[in-house]
Design a protein. Structure first.
Lengths: 584, 302
């Protein structure tokens, strides 16, 4: 940075040398720039380019709903009292007046009935939490399906997975705070899960609850975790997630002019600042509408938690629904080891499968990179169909998730669809294994069929809907070549070759190290790529176009004949043409 | 003339008054109605007291409509396997009949998992006669009176009755004894093997009281030793409060708990916001559809 010597004091007099007075806005900007060095940073980032696609805005829903959570959450902390001290409720809600309850429950009722706007804030906070986690999940699916997790973005994928985990824990600690019947039932279940851990279970439970359940420390502890620990972690990870997003630049769909080395889209100012900023207000508005119009967690109906009470329809919030579903469908397996019972029926669905699923999720990019051996950077996205096995893996995981999730609502499904809860359970016990396998197969074949369709479009053109009758009386549909831009987009992908181990033995006949692992990798690579439809070679395209030109020559005589309206197929100049010549 | 007819004309001079016809009509109705009730034996009987004729008519109705499953004398019918086809009604009492027939559960349209509530087939009078007959077969709870299931205005000593305390007491009893099956707001829940605990909203207080007394189908019986009559009354008052109170938070989503909430979060919340995302991404800041403002950020990735 060169120093502008005209601005440096050149004497010891009382008046500093100053430049000419700039305009007011400029003066403020200059003041800030001189002290913070914003100019250089802004110059680059205000022109930062974002590509336009709806699926790139899913993460934004998560970000903005997190902002709504911070805003409404701060409001709630002003009135919430996270204490388990028992008091006699004397607030505005008549049917609970005189009932003994904890201060946290009483203050939740006060927020709902005696604080102006409190119920709206509570409901907005809860709806925003549900949307926060849901949008993180759909954002994650988008990133996976389009291959945006590939190098260099693997670490951002890991951060995203951790955000999903933390968001879930944040939700659980949040909905446990009111200490109403539903949340107390949930905390009781969590206590059971801890106690199901072999050897250390009861110690962990006593440590968390400060003694036997429920004690009087769990709500204050959850409160600290909910408003300090996890939000701090979330904020830090969100910041890291977005810094990496800026550093890596946004991915984009392939197309003419779009390469691995550029980003095509709109600059931050003025376009994306308006789009993203506007989206914040839309998310805020949607949450406010839901908070104002749709009841969520009517704690006054549940009443205070009391271990002797329970209600039908006791479910966790949606994002905890799938472990709850696994818990509901697992048979009552228990074994005894050294005289101590091991509760597989709780350990499997809660302590083993969810962490396992999270591990699989985190490892997905690394597993794929290992199988493909691809070490290149990828900034152009892949269409889901062009990675059939990858797409099928995620759909398979989603199917497992969805079936487990449905099991979590088995009682509501039973009463609303007139089914037997037992039959639903039996069905889902099998379906959680068979369903993902079927989903994998169907998705993979479906993707490959779509690839064939793309190949057909490239080689034979698109279907015009014009049926041609030949001189012999045979009918055929006329195909026309797709535009060059479309053809470019369809062919902007790699030609994939299944990976094969180079040599299992060296020249001396000694087996190469890692030979067995190479065999697995080769098999997986074959599964991943061998059935895919590769893009046509230049020679094939040439051949197809030559063939098409020949066909067109045969039918060229019909061009320019406008008897039946086919000239309106969008590929002809239609000036002076009329659909019905009789009209005039 | 006027002097002579003074007393005679006093009534008759009102005979063309605007309301005269109405008054005469009302008097006539009162007279015939009163005479009818004085001489008609059916109407003379009190709601709760029954006569031998009631029992006789009830028996005829029973033989026609109920005996196929419950036996000629209400002794019940067993299947070949020894399971019950229709249970014995010898000690179920009048309350049970009033509940089952009054809510339309009996007669069953077809044997199945569970009798469902439907429009009653018998008239109130016939139900009363049926109940009288079944009651005569043995012991069992009687049909409760309105005083049993309504909160009183005053205590027995004449002091004002504390309705709020009764309702909040009823709420706690409700949450302890009823919500496990019927859900926190009485909208019902699932039971094993296709059974279900029905919604108890918009059910007559009398029927709720009878259900508590007699324990229909999978429901446990809450005898008076279990829940005192006052406690039953308070529970009913709490259920009425649940129905009458406004839905403070807006549309209640069927009061089914977090499953319905999750559905709305996904369908309305995420569904709506996805729509907005598509809308935002599809529009530039310009009014034309083409995107002349698109720029290319070159060579920054190297």
């Amino acid at each position: 940075m060169s120093i502008d010597t005209s601005r440096v004091a050149d004497s010891n007099t009382t008046n500093a040398a100053t430049p000419k007075k700039p305009a007011k806005a400029g003066a403020v900007a200059n003041w800030a720039d001189e002290r913070l060095g914003l100019g250089t940073m802004m110059k680059k980032n205000l022109r930062k380019v974002f590509p336009d696609h709806w699926s790139f805005m899913l993460g934004e829903i998560a970000l903005w709903s997190f902002v709504v959570l911070l805003l409404t959450g701060v409001f709630l902390t002003l009135f919430f009292d996270p204490s388990m001290a028992e008091i006699d409720y004397q607030g505005s809600y008549d049917p609970l007046r005189g009932v003994e309850m904890s201060r946290s429950m009483a203050s939740t009722l006060d927020i709902s009935f005696d604080v102006r706007g409190g119920l709206l804030m509570r409901q907005m906070h809860h709806w925003a939490a549900m949307i926060f986690i849901a949008s993180m999940m759909i954002h994650m699916m988008r990133v996976y399906f389009t291959g945006a997790f590939r190098k260099p973005r693997e670490l951002n994928w890991v951060i995203g997975c951790l955000l999903l985990l933390l968001g879930t824990l944040e939700g659980f600690t949040g909905y446990s705070l009111p200490d109403d019947l539903l949340s107390g039932t949930g905390v009781r279940a969590a206590d059971g899960f801890l106690k199901a851990t072999p050897v250390v279970g009861s110690y962990m439970s006593f440590f968390l609850f400060g003694g036997e359940f429920p004690g009087d420390s769990i709500i204050p502890r959850l409160y600290t975790i909910h408003i300090l620990l996890i939000p701090g972690l979330l904020l830090g990870l969100i910041a890291a997630h977005m810094l990496l997003l800026v550093y890596h630049k946004h991915t984009q769909w392939p197309g003419p002019g779009r390469t691995e080395e550029n980003v095509v889209g709109f600059p931050m100012l003025p376009v994306y600042a308006a789009k993203a900023g506007g989206f914040f207000f839309i998310v805020f508005g949607a949450t406010a509408l839901m908070g104002g119009l749709l009841t969520i967690n009517p704690v006054w109906k549940f009443g205070p938690y009391d271990p002797t009470k329970v209600t039908a329809g006791s479910q966790p919030d949606w994002y905890m629904g799938w472990p709850d579903g696994l818990l509901r469908i697992i048979p009552g397996w228990e074994t005894t080891l050294f005289g101590e019972p091991i509760s597989w029926n709780i350990m499997l669905p809660i302590l083993i499968i969810p962490p396992l699923m999270l591990t699989i999720l985190i490892l997905l990019p690394f597993i794929e990179a290992w199988i493909t051996g691809d070490k290149r950077e990828h900034h152009l996205l892949e269409r889901p169909r062009n990675a059939p096995t990858r797409t099928a893996v995620m759909v398979s995981l989603m199917t497992f998730y969805g079936l487990a999730w449905a099991a979590g609502g088995n009682d509501i499904i039973a009463i609303k669809l007139d089914l037997s809860i037992n039959q639903i359970t039996y069905f889902l016990r099998g379906a959680v294994f068979i369903g993902p396998a079927i989903a994998f197969y169907i998705t993979r074949r479906w993707c490959i069929s779509l690839q064939r369709h793309d190949e057909g479009k490239l080689l034979h053109g698109y279907e015009t809907g014009i049926i041609m009758r030949s001189a012999e009386g045979g009918y055929s549909e006329r195909h026309l070549p797709i535009s060059e831009a479309q053809a470019y987009t369809l062919t902007a992908r790699d030609r994939e070759v299944p990976w094969t181990p180079t040599a299992t033995t060296d020249e001396n006949g000694v087996a190469a190290p890692g030979g067995r692992l190479d065999g697995i990798r080769s098999k997986l690579s074959t599964l991943m790529y061998a059935d895919n439809v590769q893009k046509p070679t230049a020679a094939e395209l040439e051949e197809a176009h030559h063939h098409a030109e020949h066909e067109h020559a045969l039918t060229a005589a019909l061009d320019g004949h406008s008897a039946d309206g086919h000239q309106f197929d969008g590929h002809h100049a239609v000036e002076g043409e009329n659909l019905r010549p009789d009209d005039h | 003339m006027r002097f002579l007819n003074r007393s005679a004309g006093r009534l008759s001079r009102h005979r063309r008054a605007p309301l005269a016809g109405l008054v005469v009509l009302l008097l006539g109705l009162l007279l015939t109605g009163g005479l009818y009730s004085a001489f008609s034996p059916g109407a003379q009987a009190d709601e709760t007291s029954t006569t031998a004729e009631d029992i006789q008519s009830g028996k005829e109705l029973f033989i026609n409509g109920c005996s196929f499953c419950h036996g000629q004398n209400g002794e019940g019918v067993l299947t070949e396997n020894g399971t019950q086809y229709g249970p014995a009604l010898t000690d179920v009492g009048a309350a049970s009949v009033d509940f089952q027939v009054g809510t339309g559960r009996m007669p069953l349209a077809q044997p199945g998992q569970q009798a469902v509530r439907k429009p009653a087939i018998y008239t109130d009078e016939e139900i009363r006669q049926l109940a009288a007959y079944v009651d005569s077969l043995g012991t069992g709870p009687a049909i409760p009176t309105e005083a049993d299931y309504t909160l009183p205005e005053t205590n027995e000593d004449g002091s004002a009755f504390d309705r709020e305390a009764a309702i909040s007491r009823g709420g706690q009893i409700f949450l302890t004894n009823c919500t496990a099956c019927h859900n926190f707001s009485g909208s019902g829940g699932a039971m094993p093997r296709g059974g279900f605990a029905p919604s108890i909203l918009d059910v007559d207080s009398k029927y709720i009281y009878e259900a508590l007394l007699t324990g229909p189908q999978s429901m446990p019986t809450f005898s008076n030793g279990n829940l005192t009559p006052d406690e039953k009354r308070d529970v009913i008052a709490y259920i009425r409060t649940l129905e009458e109170q406004p839905t403070y938070g807006g549309f209640g989503l069927g009061a089914l708990g977090p499953v319905a909430e999750g559905l709305f979060a996904w369908v309305v919340g995420i569904g709506g916001l996805l729509g907005f995302a598509i809308w935002i991404a599809a529009h530039t800041t310009r009014t034309t559809k083409s995107k002349p403002g698109a720029i290319v950020e070159q060579g920054e990735l190297t």
